[in-house]
Every structure is written in C-alpha cells, then in structure tokens.
Write a protein that binds this ligand. Sequence first.
Ligand code: S3P
Length: 164
Amino acid sequence: MGHIWLIGMMGSGKTSVGQELANTLGLVFVDADDAVVASSGRSIENLFAEGEAAFRAVEHDVIIEIASIERCVVATGGGAVLDPANVAAMRASGTTVLLDANAQTLKVRLTGSTDRPLLTDGSDIDTVARERADVYRASADLTVETTNRTIDEVVEEVIRCVPM
Ligand code: S3P
C-alpha cells in the first residue's frame, strides 16, 4: 500500500478522478500543481515565464516532498514523468496509474483552458501526446482508459486494479 499517483496528459482527468478516488477511499487528495503554486508562491504561468526548467525544479521538489507523506491520492502535472527521478520517487512510494485518453478527447476537455503554458505557447496537444507516449507507458504500473468513460467508471477501475 502506498500513494496512488495519477499520471497522464493534460486533460486526461487526473484532478477530477483523483478527487473522486480520494473521496471514495477516504484518503487525502493532493494536486501537485496546486502544491507547486503553494510552495513557490508563484503561479504556473509565472514560473514558466522564467523558463520551463524553473517550473520543473519546483515540481521535482514537490514530488519528492509528497512522496514522503502518508498515503494519499496524487494528481501529478502532465510533465512530471519527464524527470526520471520523479518517476523513481513515485514508484518507490506507491503505484503509478496512467490515465489515458485519445487526442480528440483531450482537445475537447482542454477547450477554453487558459492556464496551461504549454498549450498557449503554440504547442499542440497531438504533438505533446505523441512525444510523451513512450515515457507515459514506461512510467505506468497500470493504465486506465478514460475516453468515453465517466469519472465513476474510471475510479471503479482504479480501485479494482491498484493494490489496496
Ligand atoms: C503540464 C501540465 C500541467 C502543469 C503545467 C505543465 C505538462 O498540469 O503541470 O502546465 O507539462 O503537461 P495538468 O496535467 O494538470 O494540466
């Protein structure tokens, strides 16, 4: 038993699923992006304005810190798995669950999102998803499909599959 780390692309449902999953299991829910903002006192956009590395450095510290607290459900930022040290800390402290969704679904879910610097700087979601596909797969202890599924259905499957 350890943390349940939700990983996956922006728009894959990590926050919505994580909140519901934590409620159902009676665990604390931690959103790593919120923790980045709380610990740095800066917005994600503000950190990215200094360069992606500035954001990733705080994100790394936050992941290491979360790994050391008592069992919880964690929604990670979509790029947290890009640092192998983050993935190692996640796996050493629990189970990594990849929430997957096709690119069309991600696009629909992210329509209107204005607080994700990677999407507002001209990158497109298909490219980011394609570039990261192998890293997500390699970082996941298990994968749950979210396309055309409700939050409750996804939560149910995570509970069925994660070691309790
Ligand atoms: C990012 C995803 C965001 C946030 C930041 C970078 C990424 O989190 O951490 O904008 O690199 O995919 P969500 O996946 O919660 O949107």
